[in-house]
Design a protein around this ligand. Structure first.
Ligand code: ZN
Length: 435
C-alpha cells in the first residue's frame, strides 16, 4: 500500500525535510513549488473531530507540513499565502469501491479512457479511488501501469489503487492460484464475489482464497447481497463487505462478528439507484454539477435516453425489486453506523458494462443518500475521507494532519449544514497542486 514506511519516517523526524525525500526525485521536483499556506478557512480534518475555524494549512512537496488554528501554526517566511476565508477544506474524497476499466461502451483507446475516468474523479474532488475489479487481463495490466507511473512519476489526477481482476476459482487450489497470480502482479488488495447463486464459490473455496490473500499480506473485499453470505465471508476472515446486505435486517450476530474481526462496511447505495433510476430521464441530468462531467458521461447518457431501454427498466422485475432492496440497504447502513462499525464511501462507479454510474458525480449523490439513510453529514464526511483511508490501509491519505498527502477538496459552503454543499467545489488539490 501507499507509503507506510514513508509515514513512519515522517512521524519520526523533521517533516519538511522528510516530506521532500518521501517522493522520487522527479516528482519532488515537479511538486516542489515552494511552500503554500492556506489561511482563514474552516478545516474538517476527516477524523470526525469538530471543525477548526479560522485554520491555517501549510503544504510543501505534496505533503501537509502543518495544520491547525491560525494562532498555533507558524507560516514559514517566503510561503505563498492564499486567503481561503469563507471556504471549508476537507481531505480529498476517497472512493473505497469504484472501478477504472474499459467495457463495451468505451469509445476511447484503453489508456486514454482510464485517464479520462481518473480525470473525472479528480474534477469532482475524489482524489483516490480503489478499483475493485478489472474487466480483462489486458485492462488489469494497464491499470497497474497507470498506478505504478503515478507512484514513481507524475501525479496529475486521482490516485489509483487497484485489485486487478476479481479472484475466483472452481476449487480451493484454483482460488489460491488466482490470488497468487494477483499478488505476483502487485495487486493492492483482493476482491471476490458471492452473489447468492448456485454458481458461487463454495465457502471452502473462498476460505482458501482469503487464506491465500493473508499469506501475501493482502486484504480482501467481498461483494455480497445476502446476510448469510456476509456472515460466512467474515467467518473466513474477509476484511470488508462492499455492497449492502439487502435481503433482511442485519442482526446483532453480524454486528458482533464485524466488531470482533474489525470488518468494515461499504454500502454502495448509488449502485442500486443506478439499476432503476433510468426508467425515465432523471432530473439530475440537467444539474450543472452533473453536466460539467459530460465530457465523460455523454456516451452513456445517449444510451440511457433510449425510450425502449427506459421501458425495459420499468418492466424489469429485477430493477423494480432493487427499490425495496435499497430501502433495506438504508436501514442496515443506519443500524451498522449506530453500532460503531467503520463505514467507507463506495459507489461502484464506472463498473464495466453497467450504465449510468458516473465517476465523480455519484460520489456526491452517495454522500447525500447516506445522510438520507440517517447518518450525520460529519459521519458521512468521515466515511468518505479518514475512514475510507483507514479501511483501505492508505496510511498517508484521508485526513488532514502533518505528514499526510496534501489532497484537498475545498468548498465554497459548509457541508456540515447541508451535505449537498459538497457540490459547491472551489478547488481540488492533489499532492499539493491545485488542479
Ligand atoms: Zn464493483
Amino acid at each position: 500500500m501507499i507509503g507506510m514506511a514513508t509515514r513512519r519516517t515522517l512521524l519520526a523526524g523533521a517533516a519538511l525535510i522528510a516530506a521532500g525525500l518521501a517522493f522520487p526525485s522527479s516528482q519532488a521536483q515537479s511538486q516542489a513549488n515552494g511552500v503554500i499556506a492556506l489561511t482563514g478557512a474552516r478545516v474538517i480534518d476527516g477524523t470526525g473531530r469538530a471543525p477548526i475555524e479560522n485554520a491555517t494549512l501549510v503544504m510543501t512537496n505534496g505533503r501537509i507540513a502543518a495544520v491547525g488554528p491560525a494562532a498555533s501554526v507558524t507560516i514559514p517566511a517566503g510561503a505563498q499565502r492564499v486567503d481561503m476565508s469563507g471556504k471549508t477544506i476537507l481531505p480529498g474524497l476517497i472512493n473505497a469501491h469504484g472501478h477504472v476499466t474499459v467495457d463495451d461502451n468505451t469509445r476511447l483507446p484503453m489508456r486514454e479512457h482510464m485517464m479520462q475516468v481518473l480525470q473525472a474523479y479528480a474534477d469532482y474532488g475524489v482524489t483516490a479511488v480503489v478499483s475493485l475489479g478489472s474487466s480483462t487481463l489486458v485492462d488489469e495490466a494497464e491499470g497497474f501501469r497507470i498506478r505504478d507511473a503515478q507512484r514513481t512519476g507524475t501525479l496529475d489526477r486521482t490516485r489509483l489503487i487497484t485489485a486487478g481482476m476479481n479472484a475466483i476459482g472452481k476449487t480451493p487450489a484454483e482460488a489460491r492460484a488466482s490470488v497468487a497470480r494477483l499478488a505476483a502482479a502487485k495487486a493492492d488488495l483482493i476482491k471476490y464475489h458471492i452473489n447468492g447463486r448456485a454458481d458461487d464459490m463454495t465457502p471452502d473455496t473462498y476460505g482458501a482464497l482469503v487464506d491465500e490473500a493473508k499469506k501475501h499480506n493482502l486484504t480482501t473485499a467481498v461483494h455480497v447481497y445476502f446476510l448469510k453470505d456476509a456472515k460466512l465471508a467474515i467467518e473466513k476472515g474477509t476484511n470488508y463487505i462492499v455492497h449492502s446486505v439487502r435481503d433482511q435486517d442485519v442482526d446483532q450476530a453480524l454486528i458482533d462478528m464485524m466488531k470482533r474481526n474489525n470488518v468494515a462496511y461499504v454500502p454502495t447505495l448509488t449502485r442500486d439507484l443506478s439499476v432503476f433510476i433510468y426508467e425515465t430521464e432523471p432530473a439530475f441530468w440537467q444539474e450543472p454539477f452533473f453536466r460539467k462531467g459530460l465530457y465523460r458521461y455523454q456516451t452513456e447518457v445517449d444510451i440511457l435516453k433510449d425510450p425502449k431501454l427506459q421501458a425495459d427498466t420499468r418492466n424489469s422485475a429485477g430493477a423494480q425489486n432493487i427499490k425495496k432492496a435499497l430501502l433495506q440497504a438504508n436501514r442496515n447502513l443506519k443500524r451498522l453506523a449506530d453500532a460503531g462499525i467503520p463505514i467507507g464511501l463506495g459507489t461502484d462507479t464506472a463498473s464495466p458494462n453497467d450504465l449510468g454510474r458516473w465517476p465523480g458525480y455519484f460520489e456526491h449523490v452517495e454522500m447525500e443518500m447516506m445522510v438520507q439513510a440517517g447518518l450525520t453529514p460529519m459521519q458521512v464526511i468521515r466515511a468518505a475521507t479518514g475512514d475510507a483511508a483507514r479501511i483501505m490501509k492508505l496510511d498517508t491519505l484521508g485526513t488532514l494532519a502533518q505528514g499526510k498527502a496534501a489532497d484537498l477538496l475545498i468548498l465554497n459552503a459548509n457541508p456540515l449544514t447541508d451535505i449537498r454543499n459538497t457540490r459547491q467545489i472551489h478547488s481540488v488539490w492533489i499532492a499539493g497542486r491545485r488542479r
